[in-house]
Design a binder for this molecule. Structure first.
Ligand code: M6R
Length: 607
């Protein structure tokens, strides 16, 4: 297969730094273990002694542990990587060293202008050993280092654009760690005669519960008995530590009761990661310039629902006839009459039916693209091209942030397809891209309204059956809302096109059957109001999910879940997030095992 744009390295990794009196290795490896839930496709460690001792390995941490000798040294850094773009191989694993092997650095984020920086640095004689964006940072620090590591880091960061959490050590400053953050998480742990820096609290919780949260564009310099924080411009900042009273398990869930809830709340930053570096130009979609007559999207479960929404986007924005099919059905279908481009969507990249469909599509001679979250997963080896969604590890069985980031990837593909097919003017594309940029903000405002959704959940949590109805782009959104609810709350739920109710399902409605209507304010809106009327006439409790500007909506239903008013094209994003929360709170009211529903597995590797 062809890896596209493998040089980028956006990732959701775990990083740790230690300075103190203890053996650094004995702190760093267990800390990385605690961070493995953030990523596990490669890991590495660097500890200062007479020289920088560096070890890294592809695969889970245990692979690194197997080859790791006893390391002497009380200061070091470690990294566990979750590549969301780029091959998970040893040479791309962190830490990275500079040319003279005096500086070691770990990074979480993306350096957007790394290409031009790399070219300049290479002209100046720096030798690169990896395909990552990260490596420019360590060479920039080497370039600016004149005996003061903090100064060198500050100068280097002024040259870079993008997001980062970095931790750096240097042989010339054997007691010091320098860390910096911008848009990627980083915390400082305050110990007795020792200090820590990490991407997350679980990494340090067994050593200290005193934490300082770093803010964007800040640099911290740590020795065993001091922590100094400055802004990127050098202004010193005083910030007190805060005590964390979480258990280790709570800390891994970021303080949330379930991984699912944590993952729902991560969605604004997950969307941001999916978009990073792709709004201006997504060279990963160059394949769209080849000839094809139609698009076929193939996937299972939630990923299939993303595909159904993708159909609307591709047809509406790019005017390309598109079908969405379930993987398990595609494999037994007849070959297409035209020449389709086949897009396979899979969070895990391991779903047996989708892998089988990918093989079948290849066998039929079609060009295949995978949209997946897991770098190096099986599907990436089956297809011609890959687009990564960069959601980060998803642990809850119910797909949440992986779904929303799949949608974001599909919007980006649709825009590029529209431009390639010239169905979209430059101005229209710009307008849609502006909409995409605002999505993290819209997602956040749904989350800010979680309490209101919790109240609605209390009203419906005893129902035996619930219907979700939608029209147009609201229909697959209804299907996904129903799937989320049924899989974690065990309430029978069905998603239906609102216009189809009267052709059968209306017979099932009683006063005990709540109906949730997706009320997108597009050309189908009036018809949806009529459908709500039909339902209400049967005495069923009615709930609408609609735009906050739609004051009148509450006149037609018993209750409304309001989401921010957004362009109809983007409606599935805030509405799906609201429905994820609804499913979550209903399941919680019913005391269900939310992260591990009965009979289900996170990735279904049997056909
Ligand atoms: O890893 P995949 O995206 O291929 O998984 C497909 C489905 O198994 C998955 O979306 C499933 O439906 C989820 N549990 C739904 O929340």
């Amino acid at each position: 297969m062809e890896y596209i744009n493998i040089y980028h390295g956006v990732r959701m990794c775990g990083i740790i730094g230690y300075t103190g009196k203890k053996n650094a290795r004995s702190i760093i490896i267990p800390a990385l273990k605690r961070l493995e839930y953030r990523g596990y496709d490669s890991a590495g460690i660097a500890v200062i002694n007479d020289e920088i001792q560096l070890y890294k390995m592809k695969g889970e941490l245990e692979h690194l542990e197997r080859i790791l000798p006893k390391l002497e040294g009380n200061i070091g850094i470690g990294h566990t990587r979750w590549a969301t773009h780029g091959q998970p191989i040893k040479k791309n694993a962190h830490p990275f060293l500079d040319c003279k092997k005096k500086t070691a650095l770990v990074h979480n984020g993306i350096i957007e202008n790394y290409m031009e920086l790399k070219e300049e640095l290479m002209k100046e004689g720096h030798v690169f050993t990896s395909e990552t964006d990260t490596e420019v940072l360590v060479h920039l620090i080497e370039k600016y280092y004149k005996g003061n590591l903090e100064d060198a880091v500050r100068k280097a960061l002024k040259d870079v654009q993008g997001s980062y959490a970095i931790v750096v050590i240097h042989l010339g400053n054997k007691k010091e760690i320098v860390a910096a953050r911008n848009e990627s998480p980083l915390i400082l742990g305050v110990g007795d005669d020792e200090n820590f820096v990490a991407s997350d609290i679980p990494a340090i919780l067994e050593h200290t519960d005193k934490v300082i949260y770093m803010m964007n564009r800040e640099i911290a310099t740590l020795t065993e008995d001091n922590i100094k924080i400055t802004t990127l411009d050098g202004k010193e900042i005083t910030r007190e530590w805060e005590r964390v009273d979480w258990s280790l398990e709570d800390a891994e869930k970021g303080g949330y009761e379930h991984f699912m809830l944590k993952e729902i709340f991560e969605q604004p930053s997950a969307i941001h990661r999916t978009l990073l570096g792709r709004i201006l130009d997504m060279d990963e979609t160059n394949f769209l310039k080849i000839h094809f007559d139609s698009i076929k999207i193939i996937a299972c479960g939630t990923s299939y629902h993303a595909g159904l929404i993708g159909k609307y986007l591709f047809e509406r924005i790019a005017k390309v006839p598109t079908t969405a099919e379930m993987s398990s059905e595609y494999r037994h279908s007849s070959p297409s009459f035209e020449n389709p481009l086949v897009i396979l969507i899979s969070q895990s990249g391991e779903t047996a039916d989708t892998l089988g469909a990918a093989r079948e599509a290849k066998h039929r001679g079609y060009r295949t693209i995978a949209v997946t979250n897991v770098v190096g997963s099986s599907i990436t080896r089956e297809v011609d091209e890959v687009i990564y969604t960069r959601a980060g590890p998803e642990i809850g069985v119910a797909a949440t942030k992986s779904f929303i980031t799949q949608l974001v990837a599909l919007y980006i593909i649709a825009i590029n397809l529209g431009l390639a097919k010239k169905t979209l003017t430059y101005d229209n594309a710009k307008h849609i891209k502006e909409g995409l940029r605002s999505l993290p903000r819209y997602a956040q405002s749904v989350l800010d309204n979680a309490d209101m959704i919790k109240e609605v959940a209390k009203n419906i949590c005893h129902a035996k059956d619930i219907f979700f109805i939608g029209r147009n782009i609201g229909f697959p959104t209804a299907l996904e809302g129903a799937l989320k609810l049924k899989e974690i709350s065990y309430i029978h739920a069905e998603g239906y096109p609102a216009g189809e109710l009267k052709h059968g399902p209306l017979a099932l409605l009683t006063k005990e059957t709540p109906v949730i209507a997706i009320a997108v304010k597009d050309h189908t809106y009036q018809k949806m109001l009529s459908n709500i009327g039909e339902v209400a006439a049967r005495g069923s409790p009615t709930i609408a999910v609609g735009y906050e500007s739609d004051e009148d909506l509450r006149k037609y239903v018993d209750s409304v879940i309001y989401v921010p008013t957004i362009e109809n094209l983007f409606a599935p994003i805030p509405i799906s997030i609201a429905l994820q929360l609804l499913a979550y709170y209903v399941a919680k009211e019913r005391n269900c095992p939310i992260d591990k529903p009965r009979n289900l597995a996170k990735s279904v590797t049997v056909e």
